[in-house]
Design a protein around this ligand. Sequence first.
Ligand code: HAM
Length: 428
Amino acid sequence: MASAERIQAPKGTQDILPADSAKWQAIERVAREVATLYHFDEIRTPIFEHSELFHRGVGETTDIVHKETYTFNDRSDRSITLRPEGTAGVVRAVIEAGLLNDVGARVKVFYIGPNFRYERPAAGRYRQHHQFGVEAFGVAEGDQDAECILLQMDFYRRAGLKDLALRINSLGDAESKQRYRDALVQFLSPKQAKLSEDSQRRLSDNPLRILDSKDPRDIEAVRGAPPAAEYLSEASTMHFNRVRSLLEAASVPFSVDGTLVRGFDYYTGVVWEVTAGGLGAQNAVGGGGRYDTLVETLGGRPTPGVGFGIGLERLLIALESQQVAIPLDQKPLVWLIAHGDAAKDYNWTILRELRAAGIRADMDVSGRSVKNQFKVAERAGAAYSVVVGETELASNSVMLKDLARREQTSVPRDQLIALLQSAQRQQP
Ligand code: HAM
């Protein structure tokens, strides 16, 4: 019989298979640890929202909303969008839950989860990607931007990522942004015919986005464009200086990139991006910025906000190309091996006891030969085997074998757990 045609994963998506899931768990563990250390609590929001949230929040004229969202009508004819990023949903959720109702409310949250963008798939660019992100609400001072950046850089350091470049810029408050917009339109208008078709449209819709274009015609046209810093109001200049001085005090290297703009309309002040070596063209491993009007735009009490998102697929690709080993601890510590059926039943009891004591353990239950049980143990990466045969059954003991050193010792049953617990503690 001809086998049925296979169904493949949609373009731009990938499975995280058992061989890779340990790396994801390790990275997610680092993310949770570092976020908790900086006193951010986890938030989980739906992966789909009313489309209007992203139109109003992220911005109608941004490429992400304009061309890249997965939008469909549900069975009740509501327009639904798979979230393309995390910030808008988090803002909606904290407003909806009333977390920003009190004057002076401060909320610091983090999230880990998938986002969906209908982009042209390439190395490091997917239609489903995952981000670790944080959002901090309620503090207008540059101190909060700095805390976010320090957390972000600390996360990369703990994950082992090297060869990082942090670029920061400030587009300033609404007034500064408007002045900069005007200056940019003035600078680019004479070159309009030389811009890409998209950027010709952006010139009236959203001129700042032209600075972010990857089209060679636009890159050429924006050469020599005035830097945003020259158009900052006094308050925005002071804010930017505060962020920079806190980064300097923490010895975090950065450069000011006067033409760094990011792809969302909600940014209002300081923005930043981090790139890493070993990634090729899609080298941004994270970016963030301040969005002081977004809460109000989405119907909340005016509340300043700032945060970042880190692409986890790119982080893992960069770690691999930089040959950084991710510490994994998911392999079984112990594999139980039985000579015969009586030993197998006895091993079931030991297996339950080991697991109850928090020791990662497993065994083969399909009746393989002892030789093959050892093979399976090695393939699973176990550090030890516990072997039980007639002698052990008779003497209430087990044979403990260090599989790497190929040494074995007879251990009384009642000492086994303590011994393995201490071995597990000593594992890297
Ligand atoms: P973003 O720069 O669009 O910002 O995304 C953050 C990171 O997610 C990027 O630097 C990149 O590492 C990763 N990323 C984005 N798109 C893809 C893709 N198609 N494939 C693989 N990785 C991708 C945001 O999303 C903002 N919400 C960040 C933020 C939070 N700003 C303030 N708060």
